[in-house]
Design a protein around this ligand. Structure first.
Ligand code: SAM
Length: 229
């Protein structure tokens, strides 16, 4: 919450405890969201500045708290060209509670169990930390197929996912960790298998999880993948 106050959000007396009670009771689906809240990842992505060239339409696919679209708006990306989508309201509502901006921003979010957008509606799709929470191969395949379909020819899918810094899958030590951690080759295979070409993957070994010993093998793969024109 301190990081969010740095954006100028003012919390009334007792608000911290109110949120703590609310989310302790409700549970938070992806607890690591809380570790990273107030630290959007999109603006450090290697593709980010190029995304502003032409300012095409952008879909944040699996938007969670909405951290990344708030950063886009802060950086001057045209608000009317942004859409954010998720399959449930849980994290989006947490974002509203933390940023206290539901009235100003809720029109940008869509939640549905089925993908609501038609073909070629967007120039860019951002996917931040979504692949690594999708355990089921078929669901990941559908997710990628939707990202492909919703992009215009020449459009770009960019984002990040937790990955394995090494070649081999290292067994979990019984603690929670991202359920799908792919090697660079596996990620590349999924992207090219969907039809994206060319693709670029940059591996970042310094990661928020690295202070936890059993995450030492985990990196972040930042990727950018083009739907050929
Ligand atoms: C770890 S959170 C990341 C949220 C946000 N993109 C970020 O960078 O902070 C993963 C999000 O992906 C969403 N998600 C999981 N499976 C999805 C799917 N099949 N389609 C769309 N969103 C999905 C979850 O509901 C969750 O909000």
């Amino acid at each position: 919450m301190k990081r969010i106050e740095d954006y100028g959000i003012v919390f009334p007396e007792g608000y911290y405890q109110t949120l703590l009670d609310k989310y302790t009771n409700e549970g938070v689906r992806y607890p690591h969201i809380l570790m990273n809240i107030g630290q959007p990842r999109i603006n450090s992505h290697f593709f980010y500045s190029r995304g502003f060239e032409g300012c095409g339409r952008l879909l944040d696919y699996g938007c969670g708290t909405g951290e990344n679209i708030r950063q886009l708006i802060r950086d001057g990306f045209p608000r009317e060209r942004i859409a954010a989508f998720d399959i449930n309201w849980a994290s989006i509502n947490l974002g509203f509670d933390l940023y206290r901006d539901q009235k100003e921003i809720c029109d940008l979010f869509t939640v549905s169990e089925t993908f609501p957008f038609g073909p070629a509606e967007f120039d860019m799709v951002f996917s931040g930390s979504v692949f690594h929470v999708i355990t089921d191969d078929e669901i990941l395949g559908n997710y990628l197929a939707n990202a492909w379909s919703v992009l215009k020819p020449g459009g770009i899918l960019f984002g990040s996912t937790a990955g394995l810094a090494g070649e081999e899958v290292v067994k979990s030590h019984g603690e929670w960790r991202p359920p799908r951690v792919m090697t660079r080759d596996q990620l590349s295979g999924y992207l090219t298998g969907t039809g994206f070409n060319p693709i670029k993957i940059v591996e970042h070994r310094r990661h928020a999880y690295h202070h936890i010993p059993h995450y030492a093998d985990i990196c972040v793969h930042e990727f950018c993948a083009k739907k050929p024109a």
